[in-house]
Design a protein around this ligand. Sequence first.
Ligand SMILES: *Cc1c(COP(=O)(O)O)cnc(C)c1O
Length: 222
Amino acid sequence: MSIIEQLSALKKEIPSGVKLVLVSKFQSEETIMEAYNAGHRIFAENYPQEFEKKVKSLPEDIEWHFIGHLQSNKIKMVVPYASLIHSVDSEKLLYEIDDYCQKNGLKTKVLLEIHVAKEETKHGFTMDEAEELLEKLRKEPLKCVTLCGIMGMATLTDDNIEIQREFTLLYSFYSRMKQRHLQWPEFKELSMGMSEDYKYAVRLGSTILRIGTKVFGKREKL
Ligand SMILES: *Cc1c(COP(=O)(O)O)cnc(C)c1O
């Protein structure tokens, strides 16, 4: 199937309240433009350099999300252009983003990345750490950063029971925090679900899907 066909088939499957973010890392600008010309406007990248380059050369009405690990020295390549940063994975990074925004007169929306997968390589807070941080931020709110919810990735496995267990954990943590922090009306996003596991994610309460391969096909390294 072509990109256009994959995209329209996928959109038919996804409930209307769930946002589809197309993950375009390692995809060429021509490939992204195929989805753009089919009417899609929300894309996400993982690497700051590639992100900034694509933001600057592709159409201005694209809503760009950032979903990769972000180092402090790359904040300036990402924060000014990202509608949503899904991957805030440390307290230090969160405060650095807030500082950067204050100095530059910017506002930014972020999600906290929660680590539930079995792989050590994946980044993120434990639920306990995130809960503690949110409690602290309730007392001393950030100046320019809005917390919009959480992001998580399931283990890369064929074990569907395990994937569903992890998504259930993410969902229950997310809903508990949402209830607890009614002072943040924008805390309402649960970013979970990728090409291989989005069907479970949708069933288990995801509000944002991050899908690459299923629409674009295998990634070619640039
Ligand atoms: C690459 C990536 C995706 C998309 O993965 P696919 O399997 O291609 O759909 C989603 N989320 C994150 C954080 C990624 O790095």
